[in-house]
Design a protein around this ligand. Sequence first.
Ligand code: BES
Ligand code: MN
Ligand code: ZN
Length: 502
Amino acid sequence: MTLQFSLASAAPETVDTPCVVVGVYENGVLTSAAARVDGAADGAIKRLVESGDVTGKAATSAVLFAPAGIAAKRVLVVGLGPQKCFDAARFQKISLEAARAIGRLPVDGAVSYLTEVDVPGQDAAWRVRAAALASDYAAYRYTATFKPREKNGQPELAAIAFAAGEEAWPGLDQAAAIAEGVRFARDLANLPPNLCNPAYIATQAQAFAEANARTRCRVLDHVEMETLGFGALLAVGRGSANKPKLVVLEYQGGAEGEKPYALVGKGITFDTGGISLKPGAGMEEMKFDMGGGAGMLGTFVAAVKLGLPLNLVCVVPAVENMPDGDSYRPSDVLTSLAGLTIEVLNTDAEGRLILADALTWTARTFQPQAMVDAATLTGACVVALGKHASGLMSRHDDLAAELLAAGEATLDRAWRLPLWDDYQVQLDSGFADVANIGGKSGGAITAGCFLSRFVEGARWAHLDIAGTAWDEGRKGLATGRPVPLLTQWLIDRAAAAAGNRE
Ligand code: BES
Ligand code: MN
Ligand code: ZN
């Protein structure tokens, strides 16, 4: 369940809530809401500043319990950092830390006035959406396979109201839909691979389609894919007892016959590397190797919840990569759905193999107006960009620009890498049309180049989310990226189409 979001219009000193949230800049400059609370509460916040208990450093916080003169039970004073270079990224970080601080308090609700601060270049709807999304992100708990330690019967945070005028309503609506999509993606990706196998992903997609209008789901099993010629995808799945599925969701929000947007997500439910076995340390993280598929399903969920006036398809090749007596092996030559032969030089470069067939099938079946794939495709992308930016590759400058802008607007950012023909020769093979690995250098790019051979001329972009799909460490959780970026992109596409019709 996502948090409940609403707008608040009452004055901060009179609002009736278990917790009112106000901001203080570095050097003790109070926001106007903080100043009003301070005035009503006889200088209680200024005293905290004078004593040094509140520094205003970004994302720090302090709690005032039941100060006289105001209606709220508590005041959470949140540091905003230096007023001068306050920007969108800082606003998001502060919103996240504020929600974490509220979550530690024994309250079920709060009213935040942080949405009243000025964020250069952004309006109230953006501020409310960013604050709501950050709050829901912070409130997320993984509970599918164990119960996290109880808060001793204390209430759980369930609702936050954000101070803003009516013009911020669209931001609230979008936040609710995107938050639902992000949660869908995080829940699916966090599940262990013994539960979340290809068949499970298929049932989740089917359940969503059954519960939502204008939406349908088809699942191709390995027998159908065999008949159709998915030679690359099926080779990857051969070592696993969990048979591959091609999960296909369609949403008709636009006119019948209008070309859809297509989302294709890598759905490797566990990546051992296969016969080119991965080292043991950290292998458990490869349960997140279906993060692209989860992200595309989450984006589909958000788009349907928003009722976007466009047609959309979401295709997830769901496959497990295991070593076995029947596994595919290095030096095998596969025939892909596109008809190109592929020399397997490493069975751990499996994501591009399942995507090759999925991209070809999607391009041929739907002739999409644009096709985007997301995949935890290469460790090389993590080396290049770290864990903050997804790698974006496209030959289509206009499509790349749309996606980069959507990433900026949601702070779910991507950074472009080239797909120049210069790199393609690294995939030359003496035994097939193409090799599945491109050597030591430029690994994220050569993986993108490999995919480019299978898109059948579609207007296509590739997002490598190997660094961004989950947080590091033993307790690292799925992030739900790139759901915000792609949902924003679709919102923008729908708005642009409406503008063109006028
Ligand atoms: N799923 C991995 C990529 C990955 C690695 C994502 C680490 C996140 C963290 C992918 O299937 C893979 O194994 N890629 C290989 C490709 C190589 C064999 C050319 C890699 O990146 O090492
Ligand atoms: Mn792999
Ligand atoms: Zn993989």
